[in-house]
Design a protein around this ligand. Structure first.
Ligand SMILES: C[S@@+](CC[C@H](N)C(=O)[O-])C[C@H]1O[C@@H](n2cnc3c(N)ncnc32)[C@H](O)[C@@H]1O
Length: 240
């Protein structure tokens, strides 16, 4: 339950993030920033980037939720879109702001009016949220009618801290372990929801949620940079 309190803090902006989790994320985002993205955008979440590349983003308004240090938003901006980022960690927002406008905020209560965006991207964030329903309803709310959301999550079929890999359990608090270098690792808390859980929720807010089987994209650069233990995979939902 102690861990739950840590995670719960993420969902209340007026309650500061537990320092330990915030520090872990800032440390990880820094490592991501240094080791991924820049010249390696194609290696990181390839299906995600390929989808974005296939869209005509010129002049489109795109919200990048959980923008971190701004790596994905930077890529989207390079495709001609007007990107706005939000992230719950002010230090991340400050970094992202060097590249595109970003504000401190939470996916559970997105600080923008209804029907604001042509595309919402939310990459590797939802599994950090306890109230996923609130988050998805907010994503649907800020999208213009007929617009799309692109959502990636840690693959629910992969459960790092349990070799029994529960595939039907929902909401189990788990640890996602990253290696920073040969000596140091960071484990961050996340909720292990089942695939069915995500699918059912998405179907309540979107008429079509296309699911792309995980590819190994995330693993390659993370492994090369020795940033994660093996078997980290992601799933991608394209929602209309
Ligand atoms: C795994 S990182 C993903 C960063 C980036 N989107 C990417 O795919 O590389 C998760 C990000 O989500 C942010 N985050 C966590 N909880 C959040 C919330 N409730 N609302 C908005 N952002 C959140 C974290 O601060 C962190 O920057």
């Amino acid at each position: 339950m102690e861990h739950l309190i840590t995670i719960n803090n993420l969902s209340h902006l007026d309650i500061p993030l537990a320092i330990v989790e915030k520090e872990k994320w800032v440390c990880l985002l820094q490592a991501f920033n240094e080791n991924l993205y820049e010249s390696k955008a194609d290696l990181y979440l390839p299906a995600f980037f390929n989808y974005l590349r296939s869209c005509d983003l010129e002049g489109k308004s795109v919200l990048d939720i959980g923008c971190g240090f701004g790596q994905i938003g930077r890529f989207i901006k390079s495709l001609g879109a007007n990107v706005i980022g939000i992230d719950v960690i002010p230090e991340a927002v400050e970094e992202a702001n060097k590249v595109f406008p970003a504000v401190t905020g939470r996916v559970e209560r997105i600080p923008f009016p209804d029907d604001s965006f042509d595309i919402v991207v939310c990459s590797m964030v939802l599994m950090l949220i306890e109230n996923v329903e609130m988050a998805i309803s907010e994503i649907a709310r800020v999208l213009k009618p007929g617009a799309s959301a692109l959502i990636s999550i840690l693959n629910p079929y992969y459960k790092p801290d349990d070799s029994q890999a529960g595939i039907s359990d929902s909401g189990t608090l788990s640890k996602w372990v990253f290696r920073l270098d040969n000596r140091r690792s960071v484990d961050v808390s996340y909720f292990h929801y089942s695939y069915d859980f995500y699918e059912q929720l998405l179907k309540r807010f979107f008429s079509l949620a296309l699911y792309y089987p995980s590819d190994k994209g995330l693993m390659l650069p993370l492994e090369k940079a020795q940033l994660t233990q093996t078997n980290t995979e992601y799933l991608l939902f394209q929602c209309h």
